[in-house]
Design a protein around this ligand. Structure first.
Ligand code: AGP
Length: 626
């Protein structure tokens, strides 16, 4: 999730006051929500490449450009980074240069085979300055341009040949001093769109990158190369065969363009979830169904000795931990406790060198969680951070980190990060089972196969949310909503209640369904809305019948029963006012699906009340005080 912009204009544009730098920086400003770990630009001027880049927000780069200007130019590229490989430093910022500084490259995505390519290039005497996969791509393109094409080739051909070697998800943009009138780009599984102007053309991660200059856009397909000049746009596949892009008119206003056309960042991020899960899975297992968590720098032998796991987190992240508990205990047979970080260190917990502490945090800056991790380390525990923000404090103070790749989450109410946290926790559990070689390890491949189908299943839920949105709007004046769930449905009920509290300011409470008859059922009055997350009826250990009994218990006392159930489960219809179905998937993975309707419900209801869904009252995106 990085912001990418490319621009080429002709002399008439210069007369109109357009410069590559102005266009690129304006585009990056609109794309900054996609990543703000660092920013950089490169332009082609006077037969050379001029580049500036700075860690931190775009304002840091602008300050650098003021202090250290670059020449006027009509060809340029720019990048705001959301770090995946390598921390958010100046050195790791894009663009990355190669071919003796005559080629500049920017990138969004993850190049899975960057390590082997780097070894190959090192063997050719290529040197590297950064830890990034992007610099490897730049070096590969430069090596091809300079050697295989013997200087006589085109940048477009060099990009094509390089893309034939790359694996993973990437959007690449390149400029070369020898070819000052073009920007060449490539995309695979990562966003890129062309903007068509008069005497100028644009590239952007999305239309926000150029919406101030043109509303004519061209959508690109998979595995395509695009070469833009001031007066032409040429599209081919990775082997040079001509291809067509689909032109369309952008009717979003600039502000909504930054939200992908959605009314709020929260809605956009709910719809980012298929990609957030897919990106978090990407590159972390091989074709044999073996986990390849190379970035998890902790001695496997130490992990084999772990006899207790404690998950530390707050809020939504803690509910992701609760889901993880069911999966990790089932797969690894290691006792797993989930603790609210702010409670943990004040209860004199039992922690030793065989305890693995897993912190979960989107921001990596939550003070409650950070202080708990510090305490656990002082007690001798090994610590792993599951985090969405590269280079933040909690990963830096942990023994190892497993990053979620959800992209920046702007809305205060966490959605895509939650699903990505659960996904990362599943990967960690599978990895521990694989290391320990227990009875379950033979089933890892099947679980990974089931996980790979989740993004499409989430998309199916998103595409069929109309009735749910209608219900939400009809309930905007409700004063209280209860949520019931059992087993892994229990943390989902807690999360559904939290979403409604956070953004619609409605009293909401999540319960373990079995707990109802031990007191909370007294809350049920005529017309009380109750969401019930029903487990799959499949499997001999299914809790389905028990939860259906819970539905009957509340319905008998007048509750409005709103049910989330698995497609094909007809039995719940007799007891539900409305049923919202999610696709079938194994029980332990169900939270990745059953959560989504509750997110949509909360966002739609809050929107119907006219509230600021992205920045709800009293809250902050990261709670950096205890
Ligand atoms: C979730 O919607 C809330 N914004 C909040 O509960 C959040 O999950 C919690 O503060 C933890 O934040 P973190 O993941 O950045 O540590």
């Amino acid at each position: 999730m990085c912001g990418i912009v490319g621009y080429v204009g002709n002399s008439s544009r210069k007369a109109a006051g357009h410069s590559a730098l102005d266009v690129v920086v304006e585009g990056l400003r609109r794309l900054e929500y996609r990543g703000y770990d660092s920013a950089g630009v490169a332009v082609v001027a006077d037969g050379t490449i001029s580049s500036r880049k700075k860690s931190g927000k775009l304002s840091n780069l602008i300050g650098e450009l003021e202090a250290n200007p670059i020449p006027e130019s009509l060809t340029g590229i720019g990048h705001t980074r959301w770090a995946t490989h390598g921390g958010p430093t100046d050195r790791n910022a894009h663009p990355h240069l190669s071919d003796g500084g005559r080629l500049a490259v920017i990138h969004n995505g993850i190049i899975e085979n960057f390590a082997e390519l780097k070894q190959e290039l090192l063997g050719k005497g290529v040197t590297f300055e950064s830890e990034t996969d992007t610099e490897v791509a730049a070096a590969l393109i430069g090596d091809i341009f300079r050697t295989q094409l013997n200087d006589g080739g085109s940048l477009t051909e060099a990009m094509r040949l390089a893309c034939q070697r790359l694996e993973g998800a990437f959007t690449l943009l390149a400029v070369h001093a020898d070819q000052p009138d073009v920007v060449v780009a490539a995309r695979r599984n990562s966003p890129l769109v062309v903007g068509l102007g008069e005497g100028e053309n644009f590239l952007g991660s999305d239309v926000s990158g150029f919406i101030d200059y043109t509303r004519r856009a061209v959508e690109l397909g998979q595995d395509q190369i695009v070469t833009i000049s001031a007066d032409s746009v040429e599209i081919t596949d990775f082997f040079g065969a001509p291809a067509e892009g689909k032109e369309y008119h952008v009717d979003w206003d600039p502000a909504s363009a930054e939200k992908g056309g959605f009314n709020s960042f929260m809605e956009k991020e709910i719809h980012d979830q298929p990609d957030a899960v897919a990106q978090t899975l990407l590159g972390r297992s091989d074709l044999d169904g073996k986990l390849t968590l190379d970035e998890l720098r902790i001695d496997p032998e130490l992990l084999k000795q772990v006899n207790k796991i404690i998950v530390l987190a707050c809020g939504t992240a803690a509910y992701a931990g609760l889901v993880a508990k069911y999966a990790i205990e089932n797969w690894c047979r290691i006792p797993t406790e989930v603790e609210l970080a702010h409670e943990f260190r004040y209860r004199d917990p039992i922690v030793d060198s065989n305890t693995l502490v897993v912190s979960i945090s989107q921001s990596g800056e939550t003070m409650d969680t950070l202080m708990a991790v510090r305490y656990a380390r002082e007690q001798g525990a090994k610590t792993i951070s599951i985090c969405n923000t590269n280079g933040s404090t909690i990963p830096r103070e942990s023994d190892a980190v497993l990053y979620t790749h959800a992209g920046p989450e702007i809305a205060v109410a966490s959605t895509k990060a939650f699903l990505a946290q659960i996904t990362a926790a599943y990967l960690l559990g599978l990895y521990l089972a694989q290391l320990r070689g227990n009875i379950f390890s033979g089933q890892i491949k099947d679980v990974l196969a089931d996980l790979s189908k989740i993004p499409a299943k989430i998309q199916h839920i998103l595409d069929n949310a109309g009735p749910l949105r209608e219900l939400a709007r009809s309930m905007k004046d409700e004063k209280s909503v209860l949520f019931l769930g059992r087993h892994v449905g229990y943390p989902v009920a807690l999360e559904g209640a939290l979403k409604l509290k956070e953004i619609a300011y409605i009293h909401a409470e999540g319960f373990a369904a079995g707990e109802l008859k031990h007191g909370p059922i007294a809350l049920i009055d005529d017309g009380q809305p109750v969401f019930v997350v029903v487990p799959s009826p499949r499997g001999r250990d299914s809790l389905h019948s028990k939860v259906v009994s819970n539905i009957q218990e509340v319905r008998a006392r007048g509750a409005r029963t709103l049910v989330i159930a698995e497609e094909g489960d007809e039995s719940v219809k007799d007891y539900a006012e409305q049923v919202f179905y999610v696709p079938e998937t194994p029980t332990l993975l169900m939270p990745l699906l059953t959560t989504v309707p509750l997110q949509i419900f909360a966002a739609e209801l809050a929107g119907a009340k006219g509230y600021d869904v992205d920045q709800p009252r009293n809250l902050a995106k990261s709670v950096t005080v205890e």
